[in-house]
Design a protein around this ligand. Structure first.
Ligand code: DX5
Ligand code: ZN
Length: 223
């Protein structure tokens, strides 16, 4: 397996100090995050409201870490492209919200970003297999999207295993990412199921030393 990727979610960071909070996981060596996960919520697709494109544009100016933008919004067909044009590394839309997911993926890639597709815990992988081949990342939600600090839903590991098999047999070329309830107690089972990239919010920003938490999580995932 490759080196596991760790993507701290700034949803659990101090929103008054987002730039500094990113620097805390932008050090050198093992404590450096691989991506920074940015949760965009619109109070319609999910019952919570966070931040949008203007904040992402500002964050892109203060960090060289790749921004992994997770759009929990209605009508990503309209809004996703702006994040790619702004310079986000990966832009993930929800399969449940996308009207034309193939077009979204093509537009994101044409704008120079990677394209991500996310599925909620109750959404079957099979329902979206046909469009998944147009995407670079598959974000499997392991909590109901909307809030940090929820408990890991282990049932989704079946979908992770299925995706891993499709990748390993050459039927799919995506990075498998998991989001929700990832911490020192849950990351090993996710790694064992075949996850490539681990989003962690409260487990990183709730730690006394977020950089050390990044290193510790990556170590556990690499076992
Ligand atoms: C939830 C967000 C997650 C969230 C994860 O809707 O998509 O990225 O920040 O937080 P934890 O790691 O605390 O479950
Ligand atoms: Zn997220």
């Amino acid at each position: 397996a490759h080196r596991p990727l760790i993507a701290p979610s700034i949803l659990s960071a101090d929103f008054a100090r987002l730039g500094e909070e990113i620097q805390v996981v932008a050090g050198q060596g093992d404590t450096r995050a691989d991506w920074v996960h940015v949760d965009v919520m619109d109070a319609h697709f999910v019952p919570n409201l966070t931040l949008g494109l203007p904040v992402v544009q500002s964050l892109l100016k203060v960090t060289d870490l790749p921004l992994d933008c997770h759009l929990m919004i209605e009508n990503p067909d309209r809004w996703a492209i702006g994040y790619a044009e702004a310079g986000a590394y990966n832009v993930t839309v929800h399969a449940e919200a996308a009207k034309d997911p193939v077009k979204i993926a093509k537009d994101l890639r044409a704008a120079g970003a990677k394209a991500g597709l996310s599925i909620k815990p109750g959404t079957p992988l099979e329902d979206h297999l046909e469009v998944l081949k147009h995407y670079d990342t598959l974000l499997v939600m392991s909590v109901e999207p909307g809030f940090g600090g929820q408990s890991f839903i282990a049932d989704v590991l079946g979908k992770v295993r299925a995706a891993r098999r499709l990748v390993d047999t050459g039927h799919l070329n995506v990075l498998v990412e998991i989001d929700g309830g990832i911490n020192a107690e849950t990351i090993e089972q996710a790694a064992e199921a075949g996850v490539d990239c681990f989003v962690a919010g409260s487990a990183v920003y709730g730690a006394a030393d977020p950089g050390k938490a990044v290193a510790a999580l990556r170590d556990l995932a690499a076992q």
